[in-house]
Design a protein around this ligand. Sequence first.
Ligand SMILES: [Zn+2]
Ligand SMILES: [Zn+2]
Ligand SMILES: [Zn+2]
Length: 279
Amino acid sequence: MEIIFLGSGAGELWPSVFCNCGACKTAIAERGKHVRIGSCLLVERKYLFDIPPNVNLAAIQRGISLAEVTHLFVTHSHQDHLDPCVLAATGRVDGPPLHLYCNRRVAELLPVYQQFNRFFDPERLNLHINVLEPFDTVGCEEDEFVLTALAADHDTTGGEEPLIYIFEHGGKTILYACDTGWFPDRTWQEIEKRQYDVVVLDCTCHELQECRHGHLSTAPFLEIRQRFEKEGLLKSGSRFIAQHISHGHQGDDLSHEQLVARFAQHGVEVAHDGMVLNT
Ligand SMILES: [Zn+2]
Ligand SMILES: [Zn+2]
Ligand SMILES: [Zn+2]
């Protein structure tokens, strides 16, 4: 299974617009792995997890087309996970169905966006919105995938229930878990029913500040990693990835290379934009 990290950053993106901190200056000067758009995975070129700003440009710059995407799995309404401008700007009209899976809050907010931007037209886009409640499972026989939505520990403003996902396809199992803090008990129960080839886990706060709720910092991230090992949830040859990497605007942020060195000793890889996994 091919997994492409089109984005690996957090909400403020890296570099951040209008930000003059040291980390942003370095990112603009050196680019490469210093640059992170919002977190986003492209799986088998067909399945897109979250739609951050600039996702199309990020794909183009890596020679990747999003034309084959048929399914969009959105975790929650925050702007780094769902940019309706991307959907409004598409040239694909009257094409094959585009299946969007999301929570109720996202499904309610998207039609409202049409009032703001008349170019967002779900009908012309042939967009089919499927609302998921936490712990719903949906399968698509044609595409042979099973998607299970789990409850995240994240922002519940407006009654939103942010989701994380287990994605099963072709004998492979991925956990896509950002944005979230420590998993709620029922989410753990569901996670522990399976073994994983790839775990992509929120590590927004890494070394910046201690964080167990809403997002994760290094210590609770590694506690989760240990629990996966202890409970035998990782298949042989599995990959465990830190994703949704933020910067603190303090000018003393760890570079990508420093984060890689920090996590390598724990068997954890740090995502960067453009990272490709073949599992
Ligand atoms: Zn986010
Ligand atoms: Zn900055
Ligand atoms: Zn969020």
